[in-house]
Design a protein around this ligand. Structure first.
Ligand code: VGL
Ligand code: ZN
Length: 268
């Protein structure tokens, strides 16, 4: 009975069911195998993100109302930079390739003034990665990074997305940080991005860039909470990797319904 049921279902629909996505027509339909058996289905269900077979079988169909959100691909976040993210530069060619598949691309740029609240040097006797209690809640401290209009704040020189439509700067106020592209770290001050996307009828967001466990994380969660369908392209991101930060990110994505895809699932 399972075999019959499954032979008539596409993997696209299968994937959609696994992730409880409301829309099933995002996927290509030619991927069903008449020999698909229950064992294969079960494997896929048990580890939806890790079956190589699964990656090969599914390609998501992109829509004109999709946008790629490229988070903070800036020099200071690259190896050798002020706030280096391991392997941060490795994703740049993939992001360039992904961007060519999207009609709409938005770049974000972390953009801090001197003596920014997130810099350890702003606070006496504090070190990078300490956490302080800011008026708006806990704030991790960082080495000084992405100072406005410096080389460190510039995009990685190999980032090549000539058709990007918007560069959104965030974190430009001295007394409040902004990990998220949507809301500053008080979780209420908007950056304007949600309004921009709504006005332009951009409904579904694919996120990539840096860092998986900070700016990508909070951008994805806020995007989802602001009613955009939100998907993180996992292999086109890299984490800072503070203690527990990657697990916390994965859990927060699972708990909030933020989907994670591989670039292969987008046909890249
Ligand atoms: C980021 C820490 C501080 C990021 C920005 O882009 O993820 N992380 N500022
Ligand atoms: Zn920052």
């Amino acid at each position: 009975m399972f075999a019959t049921a499954l032979s008539s279902i596409t993997w696209g629909i299968a994937r959609s069911t696994l992730h409880s996505s409301p829309a099933i027509n995002h996927y290509s339909t030619l991927t069903a195998s008449p020999y698909l058996d229950f064992e294969m289905w079960a494997k896929c269900e048990a580890r939806p993100h890790s079956s190589p077979l699964h990656y090969h079988l599914i390609t998501m169909q992109l829509q004109p109302t999709d946008a790629l959100l490229v988070i903070d691909v800036q020099n200071d976040f690259m190896p050798g930079g002020a706030l280096a993210i391991p392997d941060g530069d490795a994703i740049v060619p993939l992001i360039n390739t992904l961007a060519r598949k999207f009609d709409h691309v938005i770049l974000t740029q972390d953009w801090h003034p001197t003596q920014h609240i997130s810099f350890a040097t702003t606070h006496p006797n504090k070190n990078p990665f300490d956490v302080i209690e800011a008026p708006y809640g806990p704030q991790t401290l960082w080495p000084e990074h992405v100072l406005q209009h410096t080389e460190g704040a510039a995009f990685h020189p190999a980032l090549h997305i000539p058709h990007a439509e918007l560069i959104l700067r965030k974190g430009f106020r001295r007394h409040i940080d902004s990990y998220s592209a949507f809301l500053e770290n008080d979780h209420r001050t908007p950056t304007g991005l949600a309004g921009y996307l709504r006005e332009r009828n951009l409904q579904r967001l694919f996120l990539c860039g840096l860092a998986y466990d900070f700016c990508v994380r909070y951008s994805a969660i806020d995007g989802h909470n602001l009613a955009f369908e939100t998907i993180v392209i996992e292999d086109a991101t890299r984490p800072v990797g503070l203690p527990g930060s990657i697990d916390a990110t994965n859990q927060s994505f699972s708990a909030n319904g933020v989907e994670r895809f591989s670039s292969k699932e987008l046909g890249v």
